[in-house]
Design a protein around this ligand. Structure first.
Ligand SMILES: CC(=O)[C@@H](O)[C@H](O)COP(=O)(O)O
Ligand SMILES: NCC(=O)COP(=O)(O)O
Length: 237
């Protein structure tokens, strides 16, 4: 089974545009779970342009499905995650001020650093996942960090799929096969959508979880949040 974790960054973007509490992030997270969403993902960025650190704390009491916090493990982020104790932390090598995530970890050059941070989270009972490109050396490197899971960075797949090129899945299939062989759990995310999710799910062996935000919230403008969550759940069966 592949779990759907809904990334609610864009709800916070909308809220922050007016400085009040509309839409109410905590209510949206509650509703997504009652609609069937199997997890909530947030990616607090250092400038707090969408998710604020206080949101991460407040969500702890609200998320009764799987709580996943993503981010670059700088000191403030590490402290926040250790305080919130989510079910899972996903480490992403974002540059400060990056518009969005744009690359996976170099798991070879950052191996010692990642291993140290991962151990700290695991000691605190938090499952770890690290964001990686579908490159075999990087999957092997991920294994050596001790992480529980990897998150395959799916932007390249989504881009190729949009262009009508289904071969864009090939590196992801090879990466997933290797991850399965090595005993790494597999998550995936970035630019997944109602258009491409079923093809991705059907081709990736052992896909445990997808986190989807940007497209899902945009689709909900036309189709409604309840409906969209259930459309994803059907495609992930
Ligand atoms: C790791 C990943 O691919 C997504 O979480 C992405 O980082 C979303 O962040 P933004 O909503 O800030 O674009
Ligand atoms: N980890 C990926 C994620 O949470 C959502 O990415 P996107 O759907 O907003 O591109």
């Amino acid at each position: 089974m592949t779990k759907l974790s809904v990334n609610i960054n864009k709800i916070a973007t909308l809220r922050n545009a007016r400085g009040g509490n509309v839409p109410d992030l905590l209510k949206v997270a509650t509703d997504i779970q009652s609609f069937g969403g199997q997890g909530i993902t947030i990616h607090p960025r250092p400038d707090e342009r969408h998710i604020r650190y206080q949101d991460a704390r407040d969500l702890k009491a609200i998320v009764h499905t799987e709580y996943n916090i993503e981010g670059n493990p700088q000191h403030n982020f590490i402290d926040l995650v250790l305080e919130c104790k989510p079910d899972q932390v996903t480490l992403v090598p974002d540059a400060i001020g990056a518009i969005t995530s744009s690359a996976g970890w170099d798991t070879i050059n950052n191996q010692a650093y990642l291993a140290e941070v991962i151990q700290e989270f695991q000691r605190n009972g938090i499952r770890t996942s690290i964001f990686v490109d579908p490159v075999l050396e990087m999957i092997e490197g991920a294994k050596k960090t001790g992480t529980d899971r990897i998150e395959l960075y799916t932007e390249a797949f989504a881009h190729e799929y949009d262009l009508g090129n289904k071969n864009g899945i090939d590196p992801y299939v090879k990466a997933a096969e290797l991850a399965n062989e090595l005993g790494l759990g597999i998550n995936a995310g970035h630019d997944l959508s109602l258009e491409n999710i079923q093809f991705f799910k059907q081709n990736i062996p052992g896909l445990l979880e997808v986190s989807i935000g940007h497209a899902l919230i945009a689709e909900a403008l036309y189709l409604g949040l309840d409906n969209v969550v259930n459309m994803y759940l059907n495609k992930l069966k």
